[in-house]
Design a protein around this ligand. Structure first.
Ligand code: PLP
Length: 389
């Protein structure tokens, strides 16, 4: 293979597809088989033994769709190239990806996790509930080194974080982790804006449902990491069954090709909306990462729920990273599952709105926001916005 270093934009359209020309193909093939013919039982048994012992990707033809799939493998190869890791392991959703990482660490007896708030609401819940047998200590980035115990198997952080867009200095944090692996949820930044392994992270996870897919029509998750960690994750994926569907793998590979242009265009629009919101008397506070990006959070003087009720072009909906603009009220929706006291500790105000900026024209978006903010200002609150505890 040609090893000339290539830029991210080039990798986005070519990684995972290098063999296509030799196959006489141009678009990646979609393989929906659940099983594959095999006449040489002894050889197949040896390959299964090899997977059980090592977790290495199978050489040769696939065996069964829960074990491996060639379309999904293309997406994994491409994402690993974009994140700058050895490899990547794809899962049915972002939460399935996080679950596999937690199970892998707990299976080595290291059940303690140190995590920095805020995290995505369900990630917070999965850790706080201890559903997978892990125990969490919540801290801020400065407290990580002190929170680490002999049985700590993982440090987890999200930056920019969902939904406040708070940023963490990854290099300093990775240093505080010592030999404990650092997992960074890179869903918001994407490898276009930030490659956490370059700052010392061991594992990078994505809810691929968001920017990687980019069109709001595919659910998926992925962990980009070193080959040794990936072997354990593949064994857990095979044992627990949280596989990415091949059609989702196909759509995610296709989504990656436009990731750099989408993120750059959406970020430019987001930066302009931030400029206008920051100057607006109806808005009390704007959160926008120094890193940039297409996620914007802002606090309003009026009832935030009236803003989401009044938007017309923008869709009031959970999720993010799609080609169209979405807005939601984290305290009511995405972070509802987090205890109100913990939400407040994580900086998630009751007046906060989170907006995922799409590819629409900036003036059309601003017109919609402007009329929605006016409506919210005129409207007496239907029910009072709960005071933060
Ligand atoms: C959505 C999201 C998740 C969960 O991903 P799913 O694909 O919905 O399971 C995890 N982390 C972040 C930052 C998210 O936005």
């Amino acid at each position: 293979m040609d090893t000339t270093p290539r830029s991210l934009a080039t990798e986005a359209v070519h990684a995972g597809r290098e063999d296509l020309a030799d196959l006489g193909l141009h678009a990646a093939p979609l393989d929906l088989s659940t099983t594959y013919p095999s006449r040489d039982v002894a050889a197949e048994a040896a390959r299964l033994d090899e997977f059980a012992a090592t977790g290495a990707r199978l050489e040769g033809p696939p065996v069964y769709a829960r074990l491996d799939n060639p379309t999904v493998a293309r997406f994994e190869d491409a994402l690993a190239r974009l994140e700058g890791t050895d490899t990547a392991v794809a899962f049915a959703s972002g939460m399935a990806a996080l679950s596999a990482v937690l199970l892998l660490r707990a299976s080595t007896g290291l059940r303690h996790v140190v995590a920095v708030r805020p995290l995505y609401g369900c990630s917070d819940h999965l850790l706080t509930s201890g559903l997978l047998g892990t125990e969490v200590t919540w801290t801020d980035p400065a407290g990580v080194a002190d929170a680490i115990r002999p049985d700590t198997g993982l440090v987890m952080v999200e930056t920019p974080a969902n939904p406040t867009l708070a940023e963490v200095d990854l290099r300093a944090l990775a240093h505080s982790c010592g030999s404990v692996p650092l997992l960074v949820d890179n869903t918001f930044a994407t490898p276009v804006l930030q490659r956490p392994v370059e700052h010392g992270a061991r594992l990078v996870m994505h809810s691929a449902t968001k920017y990687l897919g980019g069109h709001g029509d595919v659910l998926g998750g992925v962990v980009a990491c070193d080959e040794e960690t990936a072997r354990g994750l593949r064994q857990i994926r095979f044992a627990t069954g949280g596989v990415l569907h091949p059609l989702a793998g196909y759509l995610l590979l296709r989504g990656l090709s436009t990731l750099p242009v989408r993120v750059r265009a959406q970020s430019a629009t987001a930066a302009e909306l931030v400029r206008r919101l920051a100057d607006d008397p109806r808005v009390t506070r704007v959160h926008y990462p120094r890193l940039g990006g297409a996620m914007v959070a802002f606090e309003v003087a009026g009832d935030p729920r009236e803003v989401t009720a009044a938007v017309r072009l923008i869709t009031p909906a959970v999720s993010l990273g799609s080609v169209d603009t979405l807005i939601q009220h984290p305290a009511s929706i995405s972070h509802r599952i987090v205890d109100p006291g913990d939400r407040q500790a994580g900086g998630i105000s009751e007046r906060l709105l989170r907006m995922s900026v799409g590819l629409e024209d900036v003036e059309d978006l601003w017109n919609d926001l402007d009329q929605a903010l006016n409506t919210a200002d005129r409207q007496p609150a239907r029910t009072p916005v709960p005071a933060a505890r």
